[in-house]
Design a protein around this ligand. Sequence first.
Ligand code: NG1
Ligand code: ZN
Length: 529
Amino acid sequence: AALKRCDEVGSSKHPLKDVKFSYGTAGFRTKANTLDPIMYRVGLMAALRSVKFKGQYIGVMVTASHNPVCDNGVKIVDPYGDMMEEKWESYATTLANAPNGELAATLQDIAKALDLNLEDISKAKVIYGYDTRPSCPELVASLVDGFNAIGVEVCKDLGVVTTPQLHFVTRCLNDPSYGEATLEGYYRKIAEAFKKIQGPGKGPEVVLDGANGVGAPRTNDFKKYVGKAFNVTIVNDASHKDDVLNDSCGADFVKVQQKAPNNVTPTHGVHYVSFDGDADRVMYYFFDKDMKFHMLDGDKIATLIGGYLAELVKDAGHSLNLGVVQTAYANGSSTAYLENEMKVPIACTPTGVKHLHHAAKDFDIGVYFEANGHGTVIFDSKVEKKIRDTDASKLSASQQEKHALLLNVIDLINQTVGDALSDALMVEVVLKQKNWTCEDWDACYTDLPNRQLKVSVKDRTAVQVTNAERQTTAPAGLQEAVDEAVAKYSKGRSFVRPSGTEDVVRVYAEAETRELCDQLAYEVAQITH
Ligand code: NG1
Ligand code: ZN
């Protein structure tokens, strides 16, 4: 009966029009006005995913992150807060594109292929959250129609939240040892850890650009828990005004434009932070004595946090294997710095958090960041247990102090997914521990000038890539032409890949000077076109 209802409600209330959808690096993401049937179908899919986990909670987040306000999107979160397992992405795509009236049959096919018992749907549990986009309420209603049609047992509404908050709460619902499964539980866990590390004093001045998105009101809520230890002023906090979301502000704007967002007054000595539209990415920047803008991106954050953690773990008396995971977008200088000066192992993966998160699991402590500021640190669960179970009385006095610090640092980190707030707090901790200004941090290495361009092509799937997206295998001759261009530039590096979230091909280039870099980027864009 439930399956029949899925088709009835689907055909009558959420009919699919003639659009093709594909579950990619960011789930389903496209123009909000085409997403209604997809939301409904994701509701069905999430229920099935919960069946797979014997009724554990599955999370669903409705957001289009840094995209313009006319876009929206949806992604499914696994019980421990990871992105949905890759193998299921194709099933999600199949269900999303199933013709009207064939949802029951498609669900049955998928259940059969995955050896799931559809009777167990009655024990499925889901929790969902959404960002501040004006299209969210209607799309969320379609999602809930999906949950109800298929007949989940529990369906929790977490409300207007950041993506990492939804991941955190999903994890806690299934693993109470991770924290209390509420927003309050999230604020309290992070705030307590931060206050214990930083002490009672007032922290350095932080100006936070909320991208006019959900990060602004939720950070404002957090302020009540953390007090003056996090001395933050929020700008671009107009999350109630639809048209300004991510507009000339936010982490993506800062990274791509390589300049400060709107409404930021340059002041020397202040720490500047930008979140993206769903607060899972963070960018730092500062203005030097001459008011020149300097960006501290995901690569700088990875080296700062990775370097500090490696020291801290050692000083606390533990011998652990810490590694840093990057993508091809990591600045060449950051890779050289990690390799040659910090001597930490590095892994390179394709773009997309799921790839980085996965690779980070190969280390005892895996630090992963995309250059665009999405990242976190994950501790192998056995390693984390070993750290927590350490008999501190057997440690030296200085080790005991570091060990206590490490325990708080672990609590400060949102291990489930990149979390702009938790990452920013972690940066503040490291700067204070090292007694560093942003200038000191920036001086670790100098970024090679770099440029990202978007190229519109007829069919971006014609561009195929290999070697963690650093080389193309098709169309024929493209890679040879790129290599030839790169060879002409001092410290040149460039690659071309199809975007997973936009209908464009992305070109990345870096070279010794700004001028050479821009020349190389435009030359490769010409080749790609
Ligand atoms: P695509 O569109 O595949 O390049 C972008 C970002 C990713 C990731 C995803 C998901 C760049 C170059 N790419 O992917 O890092 O954040 O969006 O949002 O920034
Ligand atoms: Zn985001």
